[in-house]
Write a protein that binds this ligand. Structure first.
Ligand SMILES: C[S@@+](CC[C@H](N)C(=O)[O-])C[C@H]1O[C@@H](n2cnc3c(N)ncnc32)[C@H](O)[C@@H]1O
Length: 227
């Protein structure tokens, strides 16, 4: 009568052959590095010390591994993502570049617990219902740094919209939220971090249309100041 398959059935990330092909190409280094990945790696670089751990939350297929490897950042890379098919792509292709397959795990960020030194989370929270609970998980797990790239605007906006870029016949909706910048920064500060907003290099501070809706991309770099 009922089953527990709803997550996969309703996740847009499991219903795009285009995304799977793109993520496979990124893993195989057949696509140029994303500007936002390059910027994230550059923002991370001054924060890392030899032997630190880095968790990429909502990692897709884990291709950010290439961005840290390219810059020889001395961190051990781990990634989690809620989409099993995307994690499987990374596990298939990234070992050839030196990433142990077990470093990529299928996990919803709401279920995350433990401790790592640094967390990056790029282009993920804006498509969730809201930011408080998932961002809290990240802040509680990060010993040193959290780097986010999300849609952040002066005023918050919350929309649940059809994604018309999915596989043929697939009708699913996704949140396209922009979170209020100051409120998010205050939230991060309340967990013992000093946080700075950084202009997004790819969009140069201008809104970008993604699946037909404006996104106000910004980076937030949060450094832990108290335990
Ligand atoms: C736009 S993609 C971003 C992938 C990668 N971070 C990037 O910037 O290319 C969003 C990713 O978040 C993942 N995701 C969505 N909801 C999630 C959740 N609750 N927990 C973990 N990952 C999630 C999706 O499966 C998808 O891979």
């Amino acid at each position: 009568m009922i089953n527990a398959d709803g997550w996969l059935k309703y996740s847009i990330w499991e219903h795009s052959a285009h995304i799977k092909e793109l993520y496979g190409r990124r893993c195989r280094l057949e696509e140029p590095e994303m500007t936002c990945a390059a910027q994230a790696a550059e923002l991370l670089a001054p924060q890392v010390a030899d032997g630190d751990t880095l968790l990429d939350v909502g990692c897709g297929s884990g291709y950010f591994f290439h961005s840290i490897k390219k810059r020889r950042l001395p961190v051990a890379y781990f990634g989690i993502d809620a989409a099993p098919s995307l994690v499987a792509i990374g596990r298939r292709y990234l070992p050839a570049f030196g990433l142990p397959p077990e470093n990529l795990q299928v996990m919803r960020l709401e279920d995350l617990d433990g401790q790592v030194d640094h967390i990056i989370c790029l282009n993920v929270l804006s498509n969730l219902d809201n930011y408080h609970r998932p961002l809290e998980r990240l802040l509680l797990c990060a010993a040193k740094t959290v780097i986010l790239r999300e849609s952040l605007n002066e005023e918050g906006s919350y929309d649940y919209v059809p994604d018309t870029y999915l596989d043929e016949g697939c009708r699913l909706k996704v949140y396209v939220n922009a979170y209020p910048l100051k409120e998010v920064m205050d939230f991060i500060t309340s967990y013992g971090f000093a946080v700075a907003a950084v202009k997004d290099r790819r969009t140069r501070g201008r809104p970008e249309m993604v699946i037909g809706y404006p996104h106000y991309w910004k980076f937030l770099v949060a450094r832990r100041t108290s335990p």
